[in-house]
Structure formats: structure tokens, C-alpha cells
Design a binder for this molecule. Structure first.
Ligand code: NI
Length: 177
């Protein structure tokens, strides 16, 4: 396995809509190795999610996991999940503001409105159908990664930039406020 280089905001690949993957392509050894590398890269940088275009690959794959993450403490746990060709649908208009960061936008945090409950359909890494409901932080992480796969970043979803803050100032002025 390998730790991959992460794209930073400004690289055009982050603004492209990624391509869907066929089950045949998904099952190749090279694609399976790539998914292992995505998981290792996400863990190395303490991410709670990573989209393939963040590692220079414009394909519809995202990985996510929330488990005692130092960048996002006190969040409900989400098991390691691989989403291939995901589709999401909000289950209501209810939205919630909470903090997000992004490995492609280092050192910044901002408060972003997201749907509280979503229906998710996708394939897993073996090509099996996934169909589930995600809520709260889990739903937030999936919406963030889904946006990446569609050429969007969390800054695009902020109503305004008044909460945008560097991490150091986040700890000093915003945390627990
Ligand atoms: Ni991100």
C-alpha cells in the first residue's frame, strides 16, 4: 500500500465531475490497490473522508471513516465505507450548520449547512449494491465527499465566509463557543 499525494485547491482535477466506474473496472487488481491506497492516505492525514479526485484520479470513488479522529473529536463513529458511483437524496429540507475542513484546503475550517438526513445508494468496493440512510455527521461527511466527486468543495456551500478561519484561530476563538 502507499500514501498518495493529495491535490490542493487550485488543481483543475478538483473542479471536474468524476467518471463513473464499471463493475469490471472496479474489480481489477489495480483499482482494488488504488482503493487500499485511498484508505491508507485518508488515515495517514487524519481525514474522515477522501474522494478519488483528491488523489488525482477523476473517478467516482470515495472512502470515509470516523473513529476517534483527532481532527474531528466527539463525533459519532462511522465504520470504514467505500462508496462507488454514489447517489444521494435529501430525506427532508432540514439542514444543520457545522464545521468542516478538507485535506485539499489545508489549515482552514468553515461552518457549512448540510442536509441532516439523506438516502444514499452506491456500490461497495466489490460491486455490491449499498442502500442506506445517513444522518447528522455521517450525512455531512457523505455530502462533502459527494460534492468532491461532482467538482465542488465545501467553500461553495458556505452561505458566507464570516466563519472561515485558520485552524489555530479555530482552536482559540471558535471551539466550544
Ligand atoms: Ni474535502
Amino acid at each position: 500500500m502507499a500514501i498518495l499525494k493529495v491535490t490542493r485547491l487550485g488543481h483543475p482535477v478538483l473542479r471536474k465531475v468524476t467518471e463513473t466506474i464499471s463493475v469490471k473496472e472496479l474489480k481489477t487488481a489495480s483499482m482494488q490497490r488504488f482503493i487500499d491506497d485511498m484508505v491508507e492516505t485518508m488515515k495517514e492525514y487524519d481525514g474522515v473522508g477522501l474522494a478519488a479526485d483528491q488523489v488525482f484520479t477523476s473517478k467516482q470513488i470515495a472512502v470515509l471513516e470516523v473513529a476517534d479522529n483527532p481532527r474531528y473529536p466527539n463525533k459519532g463513529k462511522v465504520p470504514l465505507t467505500v462508496l462507488v458511483n454514489p447517489k444521494i437524496e435529501p430525506l427532508s429540507d432540514d439542514m444543520e450548520e457545522d464545521w468542516e475542513g478538507c485535506l485539499s484546503i489545508p489549515d482552514l475550517r468553515g461552518s457549512v449547512p448540510r442536509y441532516k438526513r439523506i438516502h444514499v445508494s452506491a456500490l461497495d468496493r466489490d460491486g455490491n449494491k449499498l442502500d442506506f440512510i445517513a444522518k447528522d455527521f455521517h450525512a455531512r461527511v457523505i455530502q462533502h465527499e459527494y460534492d468532491h466527486l461532482n467538482g465542488k468543495v465545501y467553500l461553495d456551500r458556505m452561505g458566507d465566509f464570516s466563519t472561515l478561519t485558520f485552524l489555530q484561530e479555530f482552536g482559540r476563538y471558535w471551539l466550544n463557543k
